[in-house]
Write a protein of this length. Structure first.
Length: 300
């Protein structure tokens, strides 16, 4: 593809994933991303410290990047479930997601992303209705601030074991939410396609009317191999599922399905994290190389 990928997508990264907070200072990493003209978007998450939150907001305001907000850690850390059958537990998850909307708004984001909670086969439909209740409440609150709510599709039986889940169920769920709220969309993630045993073509065609945000990355799905599960290692990691060929296929499907829109570019962020012995800056550079190589091979 001769034209720049930046014509068609706002390229971003997930800050807390690329620069794990246990090893990297949040403000320093945000500054580094803001200084890199490759990035037109950045995805943030909860910042507990008031002073750090204010400083991050000021940095982001200077950057002219699109700010996104991932509320997934607010659920995964304390084990909250937005589709819990117990109503008190569901409300706890909803409460932190409502707080996430407020924090996202403060940081300059135009919406939040979250994920479904764990489920059991014999109560799947009840969990579905609970998730629908939570999501509609979030959408109603977000609409008052002219903000979006996006659900990221995760694996349903490998690691996160989220209700949403396989692409057909994600499409059904998104359709149900859109019956009452138009500020809802889905995030599809190349990293998760191997974990749901699906292909780029299948997921994108199945969920096409509802996709509002894109992620790319890698995972290991060979049982017994190091880094197995939803850990998002670098491209080229041993025994991993995705590299240049898989990303090229992802780009080709997006092109074929009409997602290359220069007038209204979608956010496309990478979700890749360094292993404990790896350097985050090198992993970020690795990912940009893979993106640029796959894009260069894309058919006109």
């Amino acid at each position: 593809m001769r034209e720049s990928i930046h014509k068609y997508f706002d390229m971003g990264l997930i800050q807390w994933m690329s620069y794990p907070p246990q090893r990297y200072d949040m403000l320093e990493s945000v500054t580094k991303v803001a200084q890199d003209s490759f990035f037109n978007a950045i995805e943030m998450t909860q910042i507990p410290d008031d002073d750090h939150r204010a400083a991050a907001r000021d940095l982001l305001a200077q950057s002219h990047m699109r700010v996104c907000y991932g509320a997934q850690p607010r659920l995964l850390g304390p084990g909250l479930n937005p589709n819990a059958l117990n109503e008190e537990d569901r409300v706890l998850a909803e409460k932190t997601l409502l707080e996430a909307i407020d924090e996202a708004d403060y940081l300059g984001a135009k919406g939040i992303a979250f994920l479904a909670g764990k489920w059991k086969e014999d109560t799947k439909e009840e969990a579905y209705q609970q998730l629908l209740k939570t999501t509609r409440n979030l959408c109603s609150y977000a609409a008052k601030k002219d903000m979006m709510v996006e659900l990221e599709i995760f694996d349903y039986d490998m690691d996160k074991c989220s209700l949403i889940g396989p692409a057909p169920l994600a499409a059904r769920f998104a359709g149900d939410v859109r019956l009452t709220h138009n500020n809802f969309g889905l995030i599809v993630d190349l990293s998760h396609f191997p974990t749901t045993y699906e292909t780029s073509k299948y997921v994108i065609q199945c969920t096409k009317p509802y996709i509002t945000h894109l992620h790319i990355g890698n995972n290991v799905v060979k049982d017994g191999c190091e880094c197995y599960g939803d850990l998002h290692p670098r491209f080229g990691y041993p025994d991993s599922a995705n590299d240049v060929p898989e990303l090229l296929d992802f780009f080709q499907v997006l092109k074929n399905e009409g997602f290359l829109d220069a007038r209204d570019p979608m956010v496309l962020s990478f979700e890749v994290q360094p292993r404990p012995h790896e350097d985050a800056d090198i992993i970020v550079a690795n990912t940009k190389r893979v993106i640029e190589r796959a894009w260069s091979l894309l058919e006109e």
